[in-house]
Design a protein around this ligand. Structure first.
Ligand code: MG
Length: 166
């Protein structure tokens, strides 16, 4: 039997400024580095971009509307919990995530050693086979805030299938 056809696609991006002494978490994986994202939550750019991609595909409100940074409950939130919340809402739209493609934009640290752990972490969070999750890491060739190591960013694309299509 052929796999269910993609029903919707969505795109999401996120960027956080980096500051010394903050923990760097990407896709739920703690990465050893001397800097980490400033932000209200844990600043996980991978999961934030993913949430916006899923939400966009399903026609749901964006991350800022779902989890306002004015809400003290989201202070230092584990972004995995935010993803779980979004997936719960996704179910009511009769969709599920079928595949994810992620690009992490970071000048430093070098992420090649962590890509597989990030892929597995994101796949587990989404209940997907890791083969359905792609992670790319790119530098910004020294340009702009990402290139100067002042920020880290992520671009995410997801495909959704209908839950009743197999
Ligand atoms: Mg963010």
């Amino acid at each position: 039997m052929s796999p269910p056809a993609l029903h919707r696609i969505g795109i999401g991006t996120d960027l956080h400024a980096l500051a010394p002494g903050r923990p760097l978490v990407l896709g739920g994986v703690r990465i050893p580095f001397e800097k980490g994202p400033l932000g209200h939550s844990d600043g996980d750019v991978v999961l934030h971009a993913l949430i916006d991609a899923v939400s966009g595909a399903a026609g749901m409100p964006d991350i800022g509307e779902q989890f306002p940074d004015s809400d003290p409950r989201h202070r230092d939130a584990d972004s995995r919990d935010l993803v779980r919340h979004t997936l719960h809402a996704l179910r009511t739209t009769r969709h599920r995530v079928a595949c994810v493609d992620l690009i992490i934009h970071a000048e430093k640290p070098k992420l090649s050693a962590y890509k597989d752990a990030i892929r597995r972490s994101v796949a587990e969070l989404l209940g997907l086979d890791p083969a359905r999750v792609a992670i790319k890491a790119k530098t910004n060739e020294g340009l702009d805030a990402v290139g100067r190591g002042e920020a880290i960013a992520c671009t995410a694309v997801v495909g959704l299938v209908l839950t009743d299509s197999g």
